[in-house]
Design a protein around this ligand. Structure first.
Ligand SMILES: Cc1cc2nc3c(=O)[nH]c(=O)nc-3n(C[C@H](O)[C@H](O)[C@H](O)COP(=O)(O)O)c2cc1C
Length: 194
């Protein structure tokens, strides 16, 4: 595979991003200024119709334990036979990183802009946000769970039932420099169409 020597620092930053597992995320969490910049980057995602679907909820500090209880209650409701130890594990999940960002999207149903385009805008925003966190020296990973589709969980975040929860972005300071991940050869993913 050819070496990719990025000609500028923005590209070097993009090519250097890799997910950081929650076990490798330490305090400090991104501060308010870093989050403001990261959300500003999210708002640069292409947005057909200017619907601005992005909704981010920052869950840090003490709120993480309360959020964990929301998740455990959700699991207990969705899977009533879940053993207590598993519910406790679920409740502790948000404590694994100094910040959990609930990434949501306010969707306009029956709108001339198809839902998938609105979802693409929301997802592109999440990716921009993650790259902005990385550019500022923070680590992050995009995770999901069954709770994403739970209406009670959506309501707890101020979203409507018909809105989309895209995932949980765990963020913090990487315990060690982010190791480059082996990536596939890009030439296998593009070609000229003639
Ligand atoms: C929508 C979405 C949901 C994801 N959910 C999970 C998850 O629940 N658990 C997990 O281990 N990885 C999940 N991933 C994958 C990780 O975020 C990450 O991409 C993967 O660990 C590979 O690391 P990389 O981003 O450095 O390529 C998800 C990715 C996306 C886009």
């Amino acid at each position: 595979m050819p070496d990719h020597n990025p000609p500028n620092t923005a590209l070097a930053m993009l090519l250097g991003r890799a997910s950081v597992s929650p076990s490798q995320l330490r305090p400090p969490a991104p501060d308010a200024a870093a989050l403001e910049l990261s959300v500003a980057a999210a708002l640069r995602a292409p947005d057909h119709g200017g619907l601005r679907p992005w909704r981010f909820r920052m869950i840090a500090g003490e709120a993480r334990a309360r959020w964990g209880q929301v998740l455990a209650d959700s699991l207990a409701r969705r899977v009533p036979e879940t053993p207590p130890e598993r519910l406790e594990l679920e409740a502790r999940k948000p404590l694994r990183a100094p910040l959990v960002i609930a990434a949501g999207a306010a969707l306009r149903h029956n709108h001339r802009i198809p839902l998938w385009e609105q979802e693409a805008t929301a997802a592109a925003g999440v990716m921009n946000l993650m790259n902005a966190l990385h550019a500022q020296g923070y680590g992050a990973i995009w995770l999901s769970s069954g709770a994403l589709e739970d209406t009670v969980v959506k309501h707890a975040l101020g979203l409507a039932e018909a809105d989309l929860l895209l995932g949980w972005i765990y963020a913090g300071t990487p315990a060690a420099p982010v190791a480059p991940m082996p990536r596939p050869d890009p030439s296998a993913f593009w070609s000229a169409w003639e």
